[in-house]
Design a protein around this ligand. Structure first.
Ligand code: GLA
Length: 679
């Protein structure tokens, strides 16, 4: 089953409240991962003194401390953690206490080799790094539960502990025998009979018919292409299995009496877990974001990830759990972030709904695999530009306290289906150049440039609050999702639908008939073939009277379309599809039968977005404008000063200064304006 929008769980309100109370009490959270077990005690004193100086209010402790806490099976070394928590509490710093279960001690793999994951080639991964756990291995799960339970029983009532953090960046996949057993059980539960599975996977193709669930293995390395239905279910299984690991530990923490919010750090559009199916299990959405300073449009791309984080929490404030203070060390070539850029990135997260900004990590590691990864406090110490940047950010966040708890109100939604992304990413398609996330980024980018707030919605979500709904690419559109789109259009929303959507069913099998089967009535047009376009694309020609983009082209992928009632706004001007419709409009529904160039996309979106206002009219290039509650965030990512009209008498929360009718935001700078009435 493709996961659609779920009704809010009954516990959701209480969960949201716990995080809201924390932020109401502490202001915007500010801090990072803190790994004191890697440092001698003397350093801890310096740490807390510098944390206080920088305005740090919140640190995540213990993420990778399993072998320190449990050096021998069953041993418990709490003394250091007692001391650390007391020390932090004494300095007014709240703790997000982590279960250390992302990185088991080496002894676990030695005593229970089946806890070590196996890759798709059958290679068992060794200890010596981190994440070496097989999510389905009972011995791993039990050991993780024991340490999580003991940790929670010991510290649930510790006054420093204000949040719990389960594991870290759940994303481990296992193709071994433990996974095979669990996958079979998952399939049995889903399909009930092997006949139903054979039908769903259509195992007649290439002689894959299974006699019994016991015949099935994970999608391990095979001679040639795998059955996409098998791979798709394995994706779902892996996400569910990891979620079970999370849930087991979360429930153990609750059983121990913890009342604090419990979360884990997601990773934006990360392919191994379905964020929509996880979101209801997290008391607050926490997300790790590492935009690449070398990529010019990374502010635009990370804005999409931030909108996703907010949308996963159904609009509630979320937490930026990790980002880098400067360079990471895991890219082949790592560019630093300037302190100004680090500040702007952080303010961007707040603008887009975060109630806290944290880093990996507080103190830069001296040793280990991440010794060159930046941190809030670099190797060179506090007398550095980087640390002064951190202090500045701490002061900024304190000034932004009035935005705590406020929301971003979006009237535009973009559909994103995690499981459809998996299905649509399988190999052997008309083209491998068509990428769901790339298309999502392009469409969202067009809204970002206009300063238009956008929610990301799962298939089947209630769309009634949106004036415009965009489907940049959604390979699978099931009946409930199609119905929601139809109802939205009937209620007056404008829709723009991109190519190669509604192609397959929930098993990834192609829907037969003129395409896109679930949407063709809505778009008033239908297609009969998907065709890859030549490398340099093809020209489009617009009908007279339409705003004609100057370089209108289509590339990558197109559909051999005919209209069944829709108007044709543009046709293919050359090539295989010459004369065929490329852009159509059926009343309130626009359809793009190809991946179109930026100017065409902009023209279509402009038409569909008519009347939807951005946070400011026509933001200059590079200026990100976001309204969050009463605050107008202006973030200048560009190289030139941005001068715009603002409500006169606004106060910049960052400086306390009043603006007149115009505000100038210097390059790399930000303003957070609140209208103040002068009475
Ligand atoms: C992830 C992890 C951290 C650290 C950072 C480095 O976010 O959760 O432990 O490895 O990456 O960028």
């Amino acid at each position: 089953m493709i996961t659609g929008a779920r009704a809010p769980r009954t516990t959701e309100l209480a969960q949201g409240d716990a995080f809201a109370r924390l932020c109401a009490d502490r202001g915007l959270l500010f801090g990072g991962d803190y790994n004191p077990e890697q440092w001698p005690r003397e350093v801890w004193q310096e740490d807390v003194a510098l944390m206080e100086r920088a305005g740090v209010t919140f640190v995540t402790v213990g993420v990778f401390s399993w072998s320190t806490l449990e050096p021998e099976p069953g041993a418990r070394e709490w003394a250091w953690l007692d001391e650390v928590l007391d020390l932090l509490h004494g300095h007014g710093i709240a703790v997000d206490l982590a279960t250390p279960t992302a990185s088991p001690p080496p002894w676990l793999g030695i005593l229970h080799p089946e806890t070590l994951p196996v890759d798709r080639d059958g290679v068992r991964l060794a200890a010596g790094s981190r994440n070496q756990f097989a999510p389905s291995a009972r011995a791993y799960r039990d050991a993780a539960l024991r340490i999580a339970t003991d940790l929670a029983e010991r510290y649930a009532a510790h006054p420093a502990v204000r949040m719990w953090h389960v594991g870290n960046e759940f994303g481990q996949v296992d193709y071994g025998d433990e996974a095979a057993r669990a996958f079979r059980a998952w399939l049995r539960e889903k399909y009930g009979s092997i006949a139903a599975l054979n039908e769903a996977w259509d195992t007649r193709v290439w002689s894959q018919g299974y006699r019994d669930f016991d015949d099935i293995v994970p999608p391990r390395r095979a001679p040639y292409l795998l059955n996409p239905a098998q791979t798709l279910d394995f994706h779902r299984f892996t996400s569910d299995e990891l979620r079970e690991c999370f849930r087991e530990q979360r429930d153990a923490i609750r059983r121990a009496g913890a009342t604090q919010p419990i979360t884990t750090n997601l990773m934006g559009f990360f392919p191994l877990v379905d964020g929509w199916s996880w979101a209801g299990d997290l008391d607050v959405i926490a997300d790790d974001q590492y935009p690449d300073p070398a990529v010019p449009d990374s502010p635009q791309k990370v804005a999409l990830v931030q909108d996703l984080a907010r949308s996963l929490g159904q609009g509630r404030p979320w937490l930026l759990m990790e980002q880098a203070a400067s360079a990471v060390s895991w890219r082949p070539h790592n560019l630093p972030k300037s302190p100004a850029r680090m500040r702007l990135d952080s303010l961007q997260a707040i603008a887009r709904g975060a109630d806290g900004v944290c880093f990996f990590q507080w103190r830069q590691a001296r040793a280990g695999a991440e010794r060159f990864h930046s941190a809030m406090l670099p190797h060179a110490g506090a007398d550095t530009d980087a640390f002064r940047g951190v202090e500045r950010l701490g002061a900024d966040l304190a000034r932004l306290r009035p935005v705590v708890g406020s929301r971003v109100d979006a009237r535009v939604a973009i559909l994103f289906d995690w499981q459809g992304w998996w299905a649509g990413s399988e190999p052997a398609r008309p083209t491998m150049r068509h990428d769901t996330i790339e298309q999502l980024e392009r469409w969202h980018g067009a809204l970002w440039r206009r300063g238009i707030a956008t929610d990301i919605v799962p298939p089947g979500a209630d769309l009634s609050r949106y004036e415009v709904v965009l489907v940049s690419h959604s390979y699978v559109i099931e009946d409930d999702a199609a119905d929601r789109l139809r109802r939205a259009a009937a209620a007056g929303a404008r829709l723009v639908i991109g190519p190669f959507s509604g192609v397959a069913d929930a098993h990834g099998a192609i829907l037969t008939g003129r395409s896109p089967v679930p949407l063709r009535d809505l778009i008033g047009a239908s297609g009969e073939e998907w065709v890859g376009l030549p490398d340099d694309g093809v020209a489009l020609s617009f009908r007279p009277g339409e705003p004609v983009p100057t370089t209108a082209r289509a590339s990558i992928l197109a559909e051999r379309l005919r209209t069944d009632g829709a108007e044709v706004l543009a046709t293919f001007a050359e090539g295989e599809l010459a004369g065929r419709p490329a852009v159509t409009r059926n009343d309130r529904v626009w359809y793009l039968a190809a991946v179109v160039s930026e100017d065409v996309l902009a023209a279509v979106l402009d038409a569909a977005l008519a009347g939807v206002s951005g946070a400011v009219p026509d933001p200059p290039q590079g200026l990100e404008a976001v309204r969050r509650g009463d605050a107008l965030f202006l973030l200048n990512h560009g190289d030139a000063a941005a001068d715009i009209e603002v409500p006169s008498g606004s106060e910049d929360l960052l400086t306390g200064q009043r603006t007149s009718r115009r505000a100038t935001v210097a390059p790399g700078e930000a303003m957070v304006l609140i209208e103040r009435r002068t009475t």
